[in-house]
Ligand binder design. Structure first.
Ligand SMILES: [Zn+2]
Length: 89
């Protein structure tokens, strides 16, 4: 589990996500499949809110060790966009 505090905490991962530009597929609200287009590797990222805190989990090795990986950064960006769209309805 990776706790999402501020954007600064996952800034490095965000920068990497911008470079790698992985494809993010929405499975459902809070669940995303992130694909590295170069290697074809896919990871599942889940986002959830617990006690008002946001957490994310990624199925990759770094994610399982609790490190913010770029998959999480990419999925969180999609998640925030989705949440914003839902709030607008
Ligand atoms: Zn990951």
């Amino acid at each position: 589990m990776i706790q999402l505090t501020t954007a600064t905490a996952i800034e490095k991962a965000i920068t990497k996500a911008r470079t790698v530009k992985p494809r993010v597929r929405v499975n459902c609200f809070g669940s995303y499949t992130v694909t590295n287009k170069a290697t074809g590797a896919t990871y599942t990222v889940t986002c959830e809110k617990r006690d008002g805190k946001r957490f994310a989990h990624c199925s990759c090795r770094a994610g399982e060790l609790g490190r913010a990986c770029y998959h999480v950064a990419a999925a969180v960006a999609a998640h925030i966009q989705l949440a914003t769209e839902q709030a607008a309805h």
